[in-house]
Ligand binder design. Sequence first.
Ligand SMILES: NC(=O)c1ccc[n+]([C@@H]2O[C@H](COP(=O)([O-])OP(=O)(O)OC[C@H]3O[C@@H](n4cnc5c(N)ncnc54)[C@H](OP(=O)(O)O)[C@@H]3O)[C@@H](O)[C@H]2O)c1
Length: 387
Amino acid sequence: MMKRISILGSTGSIGTQALDIIEHHQDSLSVAALSCAKQLDLLRDQIRRFHPAAVCVAREEDARDLQAEFPHLFVTYGMQGLTAIASMEDCDMVLNSLLGMQGLEPTLAAAKAGKAIAFANKETLVAGGSLVMETVRENNVPLLPVDSEHSAIFQSMQGSSSPIRRILLTASGGPFRGYSREQLEEVTLEQALNHPNWSMGAKITVDSATMMNKGLEVIEARWLFDMPLEQIQIVVHPQSVLHSAVEYMDGSIIGQMGNPDMRVPIAYAFSYPDRLPMTGSMKALDLFSLTGGLTFEPADREVFRTIDLAYEASRRGGTWPVCLNGANEVLVAAFLRGEIRFIQIQQLLEEVLNRHQPLYELNLEGILEADRQSREETRSLIRSLGN
Ligand SMILES: NC(=O)c1ccc[n+]([C@@H]2O[C@H](COP(=O)([O-])OP(=O)(O)OC[C@H]3O[C@@H](n4cnc5c(N)ncnc54)[C@H](OP(=O)(O)O)[C@@H]3O)[C@@H](O)[C@H]2O)c1
């Protein structure tokens, strides 16, 4: 049966790789809708190649232009547009590959409309984990992880209902593994964007360099697998071959290995519980090529403070993770624009969290308001530096 997929964020790193999978499996997968913010020419190209029924862009004027160019398409824009294409009738699955916590409302809309959700957008679960999981449960929709670590954990749990002792969440360690705090002071934007193993969007690449990505993933795992934080352990594994694992009560560790290629977890989310064959440039892992061996070490939580900040925010609950995520999004964007230095991401994050006034009863409006406040607080802190 043909699965029709709406892709939120089709021009991004995950979105384009998802389209690569769909292109190679046109007998079973098709595109229901596409969306982007700025890369309109790429979106035009995607419309011609994949023939969606609907598209969404960020700005009204861009929607008007596209509608004139593609009169047969349903063209929409903004948050309302994203929620519309996430819940449209002729769609079986929504891939949320949006950047940042703007993915929250479309995720809720997709769940309420009964759509299966392939989920890459970790910031949404960090900020709105409890609300998202409750909505997904109430509407009985599958939430299929796309993040490689969470897909690996999910795959390692298949076929077993035995309790799990620990989740072993692997991390490459990023480009600054082994650095001291002093060395982090000197890091440049170019170095931070140069991830050793993965090719990803700019924001997640910087998050990997600060190790915030792993902090966000701990929170994501907590919600996806209903696992206490103490039972989620970060394991630095620089070769990025074991994508994560679970440890069962008998001490057995079951993990998923493969080349670092996001198309594997994307394809698994699309075809679950089946598997799609590799296509195009995808390659199986050659175990004999691992001549340097596989190594595992604890994360350096003294140097990379973001990890403890994330655990602590999640432990405290309420608006703490919302604040953590909103502040981090603003700080990474400021770093990418050259307004702050790399080390200031973690320093300012800690400062924003220290000033946070938490709330513990959370609905959608409360989450959005806490997010707005934390962004405003962070921007004003950046302005006060006068860099
Ligand atoms: N990249 C990876 O390998 C990877 C791995 C695991 C998890 N993830 C997660 O997946 C998510 C996406 O990451 P990414 O690396 O693919 O990011 P990305 O390359 O920056 O792509 C983000 C996508 O969202 C779109 N977008 C941004 N703002 C929008 C708005 N206001 N309205 C509509 N669309 C908007 C972008 O459109 P434009 O292109 O037009 O700006 C783009 O299509 C993140 O949550 C990330 O943490 C990514």
